[in-house]
Design a protein around this ligand. Structure first.
Ligand code: SF4
Ligand code: MG
Length: 459
């Protein structure tokens, strides 16, 4: 998973483009904490600065001042592609000039495309999807009249889910895959036009959120114009949006609560999920708390739905990275103790209901319950703002890939017992969908129902 951001200044007056890009990805840090980078276009000369680490650690004033230009694209990455070679944006010099790319993608037929391109003389330096996309794009660009046409050809060859931003010497181009599985939105501040994974970054820089890209939309922003072409030109705009399948986990867990994706507010949909949970799985409790931080909005809805106070029971230490060694039981427990602190006076002697966004493996939840009970909670009831994860996500979103999923072999009662909860309740998929009131498009919910909208991996 990644956060992507792009900006192009349409005015002839110089703007602090790299700062805009910096604040853009700074606000998308929740989408990935492994590495980050910014590439700028200064009259056709491209410069990039990228590194492993968090956005705030990678850039300082001096670096940002040297990154001058009229356009920039930026990326913050999480997930599995590791190593410095995989850090984006990726830059290449192609037969048609400089190109930079950042993408939030999973290409399902990537291996066969790579083999095919290799057999035709292409050379690959990394194992990444972005390199496959760039390689395909540069090949298609030779036989196309425009970048947009080459991109559409590329989209027809790849099978997968992606949002990406490409930068050429004249423009930045945003692409949302034909399913619209990953979000991408358009914004503007004065003459600076922007693309971002989530509109929370527009708010952060006081820019205006214009709209989400349609599934299959390719939007080009240059000095002279802003125009779109579509993967499926024969479809009406209405149908493209209606047939879209945005990842339902964006609403459950991934996106920032202050974002709006495809017509519905993340915070409000989480709050409504909590309300629905209170109807589906009420419980006798004295205090409702959220699993920090992603369970908070649903916990608030759950508390309001039950008419029970919502309180703070757990605090999260934001400064714990992923560097913990967690090979033994003791180390795993210590990691949870370092990550969370219990507010003992809040929970002592009380029946607690804790609302979390999801339960994939259950290991952290199990430790949290123990921790709450060790600190005096009388009962701990767990409520989950998403259904049972029964199928692995092959689109790179949740951590279920290749894991042993408890929900495939245990009943809800058995899972409750395994994690040490006094009771356990999952929201139903129907109620979760209802909680997304106002959404313009459909959703992918394959990890709950096994309906893989873009197919599965090729092997
Ligand atoms: Fe999102 Fe689940 Fe679909 Fe993966 S399988 S894209 S997590 S809804
Ligand atoms: Mg969690």
């Amino acid at each position: 998973m990644s956060g992507i951001f792009g900006v192009l200044n349409r005015s002839n007056e110089r703007a602090d483009i790299s700062k805009t890009a910096y604040y853009g990805i700074f606000s998308l840090q929740h989408r990935g904490q492994e590495s980050a980078g910014i590439a700028v276009n200064n009259d056709g000369t491209f410069m990039v600065h990228k590194s492993m680490g968090m956005v705030a650690d990678i850039f300082d004033d001096i670096t940002l001042t040297t990154l001058k230009g009229d356009a920039a694209i930026a990326h913050t990455r999480g997930g599995e592609e590791t190593g410095t070679d995989a850090i984006q944006p990726i830059l290449i010099k192609s037969s048609v000039g400089n190109i930079a790319l950042c993408c939030d993608s999973v290409i399902l037929n990537g291996n066969s495309i790579r083999e095919d391109l290799k057999n035709n003389g292409a050379i690959f330096q990394t194992n990444t999807d972005s390199e496959i996309i760039l390689s395909l794009f540069s090949r298609n660009r030779i036989t196309s009249d425009s970048c947009e046409e080459a991109l559409i050809k590329t989209m027809k060859e790849i099978r997968g889910v992606y949002s990406m931003i490409l930068m050429t010497s004249e423009k930045i181009i945003g692409v949302r895959d034909p399913y619209g599985l990953r979000p991408l939105s358009l914004g503007k501040k004065g003459d600076q036009w922007m693309l971002s994974s989530e509109n929370c970054s527009f708010d952060a820089i006081d820019a205006e959120y214009i709209r989400d890209l349609e599934p299959g939309e390719v939007i080009s922003i240059s000095k002279n114009e802003v125009k779109s072409v579509f993967y499926d030109e024969n479809k009406s705009s209405e149908d493209r949006v209606k047939d879209g399948k945005v990842c339902i986990f964006e609403y459950v867990y991934v996106a920032r609560p202050d974002s709006v994706i495809d017509g519905t507010s993340i915070f409000e949909s989480r709050y409504r999920t909590g309300m629905a949970l209170a109807k589906e799985h009420p419980c006798d409790c004295d205090l409702v708390i959220g699993a920090p931080d992603s369970g908070n909005a649903a916990a608030l809805g759950f508390a309001d739905g039950l008419g029970v106070p919502f309180g703070m029971g757990l605090l999260k230490n934001r400064y714990v990275g992923r560097t913990f060694i967690k090979s033994t039981q003791e180390q795993r427990e210590l990691a949870v103790r370092m990550k969370f602190a219990v507010l003992k006076p809040q929970i002592e002697g009380k029946r607690i209901a804790i609302v979390d966004d999801s339960l994939v493996r259950g290991t952290t939840t199990k430790h949290i319950i123990r921790f709450l009970k060790d600190n005096g909670a009388k009962e701990v009831h767990v409520r989950l703002a998403s259904p049972e994860v029964k199928f692995p996500c092959c689109y790179g979103v949740n951590a279920s890939k290749g894991t042993d999923l408890p929900a495939t072999r245990m009943t809800v009662e058995q899972i409750g017992e395994m994690i040490g909860a006094d009771s356990l309740g999952y929201i139903s998929l129907g109620s979760l969908r209802e909680a997304l009131a106002g959404i313009h498009c459909g959703t992918c919910s394959a990890c709950f129902d096994g309906n893989y909208i873009a197919g599965n991996l090729e092997d």
